[in-house]
Write a protein that binds this ligand. Sequence first.
Ligand code: 8YV
Length: 317
Amino acid sequence: MKPQVLQLNPILVPAVNDQLASLYQVHKFFETADQQAWLRQHGAEVDAVVTGGHTGISRAMLEQLPKLKVVAINGVGTDAVDLTYCRERGLPVTATLGALTEDVADLAIGLLIAACRNLCAGDRFVRDGLWEQYPAPSAIPLARRFSGMRVGIVGMGRVGRAVATRAAAFGCPIRYTDLRAMDDVAHEFVPALADLARGSDALVLCAAADKAEGIVDAAILDALGPRGFLVNVARGRLVNEPDLTAALAAGRIAGAGLDVFVDEPRVPEALRQSDRSTLQAHRASATWETRAAMGQMVLDSIAQAVAGDRPAMSLTT
Ligand code: 8YV
């Protein structure tokens, strides 16, 4: 009998699905009508769980999987898994560390340029035939230059550093905040987020959301100011979304580029309607290259765990 894998999210790379299916008995939980009934009946047989960073797995569900040998996160966020509980249980939780860094940083810069150069509004203007209707150059307001913007990075982990590398290539002065200053980072460390916001033209959120919640609120947005831009490629709940919506509506910040939201896939109507927002549907790691690399890491982690070895990417054991 093949080891049993419980898959909580779809995987979009066929070769990864084929590998999973050839090695394991895979149950696609996201297609299961009565999930509680399935868990009651089959929970005791599950050897491995594959889940997304945003989805994670609840402690209540973990408690229904007594034979579990690994939670393989197809992502880097661990905020939706109770790591303390997994540590106590000796259960490996793995993440795809390093696989998605470049793509997430690419999207952060893309969102920032899109927001300050009004790329989406410009696209609609041409697409909807408005250019012909309003050919005067004054029909579109002038945009804001990205090159040379003072960029403040919140969370100087792998993604934050990759954003810094890219922003530096655009001649942007860079400062950052994190829980502590980092010896191996040459950029200036700013302990208080409000100070970083005050001295930045763009604030880019790259922080883990395991503990931080609502750290970007009205006060931080006001410190960023009416010429400032916010980019979030980390987790929606780092931001107080009603405060952000209000700040955008009142022009208290210039714009926002957002890949993540508090209650995905629901995005507040006011954010969807705002001219100042550029939105993506949590797509930062969604390239063939990255998802294939992530899938391989997930496969490796499961293989190591079911063989009785400590998975190399384990964060808890
Ligand atoms: C992934 C993420 O989209 O890595 C994470 O934590 O949230 C995302 O980049 C997701 O995990 C894909 O399943």
